[in-house]
Design a protein around this ligand. Sequence first.
Ligand SMILES: [Fe+2]
Ligand SMILES: [Fe+2]
Length: 194
Amino acid sequence: MFSRTGYIALEEELSSLLSEKRFLHSKATALTCVSLAEQYCEPIDPGLCYQAGLVHDIVRQWDAEALVSYAQKWHLDLEEEEREDPVLLHGPVGAHFLRQKGYPEELCLAVRYHTLGSIGMGRLGLVLFIADFIEPGRTHLSEAVRTGLLSLPSLDLLCLQILEMQDAYLASNGKVSARCSKELAHYLLSGKIL
Ligand SMILES: [Fe+2]
Ligand SMILES: [Fe+2]
């Protein structure tokens, strides 16, 4: 049985770095990561799932200038869409920031791609990408849609469904999905496993 007691200090640190709303989102994402891994029998340590959810938006409070200057300072390898929309930089910047603090590479990769998704995000990244989208505090999903997503037979199909929903949403706003998101959708559609 997973216990959150080992993460109280980390939760306190995050509550000082994030707004209340974002902190609650981070905690809900962490719990959703744990429950997704359990529901779909993913062999990932629940503690690592919880930690990834907690810290995934660790630099989300930084303004665009701070994110851009951090990315430039460390010569981060960025997707084209991340260069065009600084808010998306909280993925790669957060991952680098956490790597510097000694977090495991598996977690850093998951955080790196949690906004756009990527074939390089790993199974923990898959769990985080889904949890970030469906955690119960998210108001963009109805309960019926959330329940429908959670009734899909695999995390891979669940991720594919989310990518399709995001693609349709972007298209309705005259936009297209990022290159790495499309690559992930094609990868999952072809039946390949991350
Ligand atoms: Fe995020
Ligand atoms: Fe998030």
